[in-house]
Design a protein. Structure first.
Length: 168
């Protein structure tokens, strides 16, 4: 056998193995995506988050990425998002997506907690408590929310929003 044919055989075999590996990875990602989807949304486990303050916020939206969504995402990038929650014993709950600066100004001087880290296996959440003595105005009455939902006991919101707006 000529050396050129041997080289071509080795390169062809390596290419076939690489292709099979990529095909297996794509299949695993597809199965994982299918298993975790709920009505077209990628879901995380339902867990209990709590605060003794007026609000529970998160400064970043981490979706399947170790570093989360960058602060300066190109304007054309949009995503679908569904948020749901419930409050104890029929209390009202508010879910809102808004600009970081305006939400921070709204909560200035208000006692609240900020989620700094969440792990799901096993479930562990870390909070940063923010002290304050002010009582905030009703969040549903504020005009800066890009999207919001409110209700007694439980509420959910789903829709499309630019990640640039930030999640609070």
């Amino acid at each position: 056998m000529r050396p050129g044919r041997i080289v071509m055989l080795v390169l062809g075999t390596l290419s076939a193995l690489l292709g099979l590996g990529l095909l297996a990875g794509a299949g695993a990602a597809g199965i994982g995506n299918y298993v975790q989807r709920d009505n077209g949304y990628f879901t995380t486990p339902s867990e209990r988050y709590a605060t003794s303050g007026y609000a529970l916020t998160t400064p970043r939206l981490d979706i399947m990425a170790e570093r989360g969504v960058p602060d300066a995402v190109p304007v054309g990038v949009v995503g679908s998002l569904m948020l749901s929650g419930s409050a104890d014993s029929g209390k009202d709950i508010f879910i809102g997506v808004g600009p970081r600066s305006e939400v921070a100004a709204y909560l200035d001087g208000v006692s609240h907690a900020e989620i700094t880290d969440v792990r799901f296996n096993p479930f562990r959440v870390e909070y940063r408590s923010v002290a304050g003595a002010n009582v905030p105005a009703r969040p549903a009455d504020q005009s800066f929310w890009a999207a919001s939902a409110t209700g007694a006991g439980s509420s959910s919101w789903n829709g499309t929003c630019a990640p640039v707006a930030g999640l609070w």
